[in-house]
Structure formats: structure tokens, C-alpha cells
Design a binder for this molecule. Structure first.
Ligand SMILES: [Zn+2]
Length: 127
């Protein structure tokens, strides 16, 4: 492939679907059953090779959250968001964690088998 990644990960990684930069380790996934306004998403403890957007308040199904959108730093694609502050104390575990939208990333080991990863509009997390 010949691509030079800013940070590469030692292990199975999720990569940006658009430029294949490594974004997160599969081992760092906390939850695979997250839903967002584009369908399935992953809650992840740490991500790399991203840039953060500006902070904003966002009302989600689980309450008001302060979030920052995250973008692939190589191609600039929106890939998910970071929970900065969560108002509901039952949701505090999300603070400082990241969400990657499933259809915007590819999982290394299953690359080419993600044909079901298309956007759906059910169960919106955003207004
Ligand atoms: Zn990218």
C-alpha cells in the first residue's frame, strides 16, 4: 500500500474507511452496541490520528452531553465524536471516551466483509 501512517497500532485496528489510517485498536472497544443517528457505533477508550472539532452541547437519547466531533486527521472525514462532559451521572463512564460510527470505519480482520455497514436512520442519538 505504501501509505505512511502518523501513528500505527500494534494489533487489530479499526481504520478510516476513506483513507485507511489506523484510528483505534479493536482491543480498546468498550461497547459494540452503541447506536447513533447513522446506525451502529462503537464506544472506544482511546483513538489516534484524529483531530477534534469545537465543543458543543448536544441532546442525545441519554441526556445532554458536551461533545466534540472527531475527524480523521489524514483525510478530514468525520468519523464520530468524543464525550467531554455528561450530565447524567449514570452515563459518566462515557466521559473522555470516543464513539466511532461503524459504517465510517473498517475493521482490519474483517475488511471486505462489511457490506452490511450501510447507514440507517433508526434510533437517532442526535436531534
Ligand atoms: Zn481518513
Amino acid at each position: 500500500m505504501g501509505r505512511v501512517f502518523l501513528v500505527d497500532l500494534d494489533g487489530r485496528a479499526y481504520r478510516c474507511k476513506f483513507c485507511e489510517s489506523a484510528l483505534a485498536l479493536v482491543d480498546h472497544v468498550l461497547s459494540r452496541s452503541f447506536n447513533c443517528n447513522h446506525g451502529r457505533a462503537y464506544l472506544i477508550s482511546n483513538v489516534v490520528n484524529i483531530t477534534l472539532g469545537s465543543q458543543e452541547e448536544r441532546l442525545m437519547t441519554s441526556g445532554m452531553h458536551t461533545v466534540e466531533d472527531i475527524f480523521c486527521c489524514c483525510c478530514g472525514q468525520y468519523v464520530g465524536w468524543k464525550y467531554v462532559e455528561v450530565s447524567d451521572k449514570n452515563q459518566k463512564y462515557k466521559e473522555g471516551k470516543f464513539v466511532l460510527e461503524r459504517w465510517r470505519i473498517i475493521e482490519e480482520a474483517t475488511e471486505g466483509f462489511n457490506s452490511d455497514a450501510r447507514p440507517v436512520s433508526s434510533d437517532p442519538e442526535n436531534p
